[in-house]
Design a protein around this ligand. Structure first.
Ligand code: ADE
Length: 247
């Protein structure tokens, strides 16, 4: 899968992508990530990427020309992308479902927004979609671009060592994850749930499912509405809700 990230701070993006699972996948040729300095696509001597807003007001707005030229450069040198994403806090929130969809597009351009905003012609005529990574304002879209690259890249087959761990991920299953433990079985007086040491696989699966349901109900109850629950799951959730009413 190919990614092209367009930014005025290339170093902010280049560093993190060379590390960890994404870094390893790039080294192995499974991912092809290029970072483009927006200023390389300006035409003036001072390499200006922003200007004051028409109509007045505080702050600066990112100019359209360098962003259009950067995407044209990507098209000419890297091929036509499946999507052009503009990062913005004023956009639909990026979810696991988006990551799955974007993974199918094979080649993405991510434009990192900066300053007080981006000329709206970029949003309307260049980007194919806008995404926010959460309800807070970052100083720029670079961290958002990294989040999107990471979440999409790990869904590319082979990027994460175990396909099973991707399929079992929190949001892939629609539930939060169950608690995990490793050796030692006793640590500073803290034990682990005995069922995990029992060797009874069916019992362990049942315990894990119940823990995942209980944790989801407690922390993110709205996820249960979209999760695929069997009759035993529903009965367990009802039991938890009844217990809650009693207390
Ligand atoms: N740029 C600034 N804040 C952002 C956010 N929350 N998501 C995506 N891009 C942003």
């Amino acid at each position: 899968m190919k990614f092209d990230v367009v930014t005025i701070f290339p170093g902010m993006v280049t560093g993190p992508i060379t590390e960890g699972i994404v870094g390893r996948a790039i080294a192995r040729g499974m991912l092809d990530v290029r970072v483009h300095d927006l200023r390389d696509h300006t035409t003036d001597r001072h390499r200006v990427v922003d200007d004051t807003p028409f109509g007045g007001g505080p702050g600066m707005v990112m100019k359209p020309e360098p962003l259009f030229r950067a995407v044209e450069h990507v098209r000419a040198t890297r091929g036509v992308p499946g999507g052009v994403i503009l990062t913005s806090p004023d956009a639909p929130r990026f979810t696991h479902r988006d990551a799955l969809r974007l993974c199918g597009l094979d080649h993405l351009v991510i434009l990192c927004g900066r300053y007080e905003g981006v000329d709206d012609r970029v949003r309307r005529h260049l980007a194919t979609e806008e995404l926010s990574i959460g309800d807070y304002v970052l100083s720029g879209g670079e961290l958002a671009a990294l989040v999107i690259v990471d979440a999409v890249a790990r869904l590319v087959p082979g990027v994460v060592g175990h396909d099973e761990s991707v399929a079992r991920d929190t949001f892939a299953r629609g539930l939060l994850d169950f608690p995990q433990y490793t050796r030692p079985a006793e640590f500073r007086g803290m034990g682990v749930p005995p069922v995990l040491l029992s060797g009874h696989h069916a019992e362990i699966e049942r315990w894990r499912r119940r823990e995942a349901l209980a944790r989801t109900l407690e922390r993110r109850p709205e996820l249960l509405e979209g999760a695929e629950l069997g009759p035993a799951d529903r009965a367990f959730v009802d039991e938890l809700l009844q217990q809650r009413e009693k207390h």
